[in-house]
Design a protein around this ligand. Structure first.
Ligand code: ADP
Ligand code: F6P
Length: 498
């Protein structure tokens, strides 16, 4: 990045890699989750900085390792190191036992342990310190997601920095009747108002936020309409924008057209002759509605005998947050349902559900996207859901049907081509599966074309461009790739050992 324009500094809880020790040596694998998929193509090759946690509390000394991994990707990686206790109280505790369930409207799953808040504050202060040490006047600091709502405040108060700081929330923002249950509700709103701009995924999220502001802060005002509005509280004005996040559509479509992916797609379907493949791909998370989906599939098999032997559900679950008891219980529930459904319906030569509990390598994941005739994306609530967009980008034959939850952020953009469902409505989802199964080729093509066009027009570069224009009157063109495109992604095997 040249000095005149400054650098783009991305700050998120996780770096785009997870560093692990295997047999005494350090290695890295790409992180899972939508945030990493979305942001990696933006920084790639542009020479900015990504600040985050390397995903291990085993060592605070990964500087050389991160320098090498960053060199591969074409931007700097700066580590923020958490102790084992901070991993427990900040990451697993405040972030994932309080904010995550609350912001997804699942109050019953919250563990409002009062001891977590101090750790949240302390870790946000540590992130702020690394931002301060890494940034220079002219840089654009862009903080991401619910783990780091307090970084702007810590930067202003703790280190007196005046560098502009922007924030994007990847998950939903809840309505007042849910948010007001948070014991630290006022502190969180005050912290968020210390940012210069806040981006939300959907109008609904921003609307919820402004309603919470009005409910809790008598003196806050909100002005304007359209993509960017302004909230004022005391002397501070904050821009509030709606920017639905997306994927690098061209790269997914290009990769999906490769020989290797075509071979995977062919292999997958050659094992399932004369059958439609229904695909579910999710991190292990109760917000994804996996048990609800399995029950809907079971009901569809009961009610529509023409599905027997003619469909197979492939459910991929990517391990996530297994140190939290709720996640372990969810895994057991999913596996119980899969066993029950397979035990009941399996016939010679046909198993109704193929279940995988692991991360797939990218070629295979794209093979599934490309070849599946139906995708079941039915979260109970989701900030965006990039799997839905990836499926469409890879559906090159345009014969895929997307069944999408109306409570995914993606529904706002994709309602035109998807079959929208209420994930709590078991009969409705079951009927949608049957409808998708019977949909003729013309309707499939017309719907998938619309979906692909939306994802192509509003891709990840459109997203970052909208943010930069609205927040700082800049464009992604102000941050050109340095010396070519850079590597297409961090390849763990190419990173060497620390
Ligand atoms: P979330 O951020 O809540 O996990 P998203 O649907 O937005 O949900 O993003 C999930 C991301 O994880 C997608 O970009 C997807 O490609 C990636 N992913 C999902 N399943 C796998 C898998 N089995 N192996 C590797 N990456 C995966
Ligand atoms: O996209 C939502 C998100 O929570 C990201 O912020 C996060 O990185 C991802 O899901 C995966 O979760 P985790 O970082 O807890 O493994």
């Amino acid at each position: 990045m040249n000095d005149r324009t400054g650098r783009l500094i991305v700050v998120s809880n996780r770096l785009p890699i997870v560093v692990e020790r295997e047999g005494g040596e350090w290695s890295a694998r790409p992180g899972s989750g939508g945030l990493v998929t979305a942001l990696a193509p933006i920084l790639r090759g542009r020479g900015g900085i990504w600040i985050g946690w390397p995903g291990t509390s085993e060592t605070p000394f990964l500087g050389d390792f991160l320098r090498r991994a960053g060199g591969e990707a074409g931007y700097d990686l700066r580590g923020v190191y958490l102790t084992a206790e901070e991993e427990r109280a900040f990451y697993l505790g405040f972030c994932n036992e309080i904010v995550w369930p609350l912001f997804h409207d699942l109050l019953d799953r919250c563990n409002m342990d009062p001891s977590y808040w101090a750790s949240y504050r302390a870790v946000n202060a540590r992130f702020a310190e690394v931002v301060r040490a890494s940034s220079e006047p002219g840089d654009i600091v862009w903080v991401h997601d619910y783990h780091l709502m307090g970084v702007a405040r810590e930067l202003r108060e703790g280190s007196g920095s005046s560098v502009p700081v922007h924030f994007f929330l990847h998950i939903p923002f809840p309505p007042p009747d849910i948010f007001l249950k948070l014991p630290w509700r006022r502190q969180v709103l005050e912290d968020l108002l210390r940012y210069d701009s806040i981006g939300f995924q959907t109008q609904r999220d921003r609307h919820n936020f402004t309603h919470c502001l009005q409910a809790l802060m008598d003196d806050a005002t909100v002005r304007g309409k359209g993509r960017v509005i302004t909230a004022t509280h005391g002397p501070r004005s904050v821009r509030l924008g709606v920017f639905p996040i997306s994927i690098d559509y061209d790269e997914f479509a290009r990769e999906s057209a490769t020989e290797a992916v075509a071979r995977h797609a062919w292999e997958i379907h050659s094992n399932l002759p004369e059958r439609q493949l229904i695909l579910g791909v999710d991190r292990l998370d109760y917000t994804k509605g996996i048990p609800h989906r399995l029950r809907a599939y079971r009901l569809a098999l009961e009610r529509h005998p023409d599905l027997i032997q003619k469909v197979s559900l492939v459910q991929v679950v990517v391990p996530s947050r297994e140190d939290i008891p709720e996640y372990r219980a969810l895994k057991a529930e999913i596996e119980g349902l899969v066993g029950e459904i397979n035990g009941r319906f399996t016939q010679h030569g046909w198993v109704p559900i193929q279940y995988m509990f692991r991360g797939l390598d990218r070629g295979r994941l794209l093979g599934y996207y490309r070849t599946a005739e139906i995708a079941l994306v039915t979260p109970l609530k989701d900030g965006m859901n990039l799997v839905a967009k990836e499926y469409c980008a890879c559906s090159l034959e345009e014969n895929g049907v997307l069944i999408l939850s109306e409570f995914a952020g993606a529904a706002a953009q994709m309602r035109g081509g998807a079959i929208l469902v209420n994930p709590y409505d078991t009969e409705g989802v079951g009927d949608a599966i049957h409808r998708a199964f019977r949909m003729d080729a013309d309707e499939r093509r017309a719907r998938m074309r619309r979906l692909r066009q939306t994802c192509r027009n509003q891709d990840i570069f459109w997203w970052v461009g909208s943010f930069l224009r609205a927040a700082v009157s800049r464009d992604l063109g102000d941050f050109p790739p340095r010396g070519g495109e850079g590597p297409s992604r961090i390849a763990p095997e190419a990173e060497g050992r620390g």
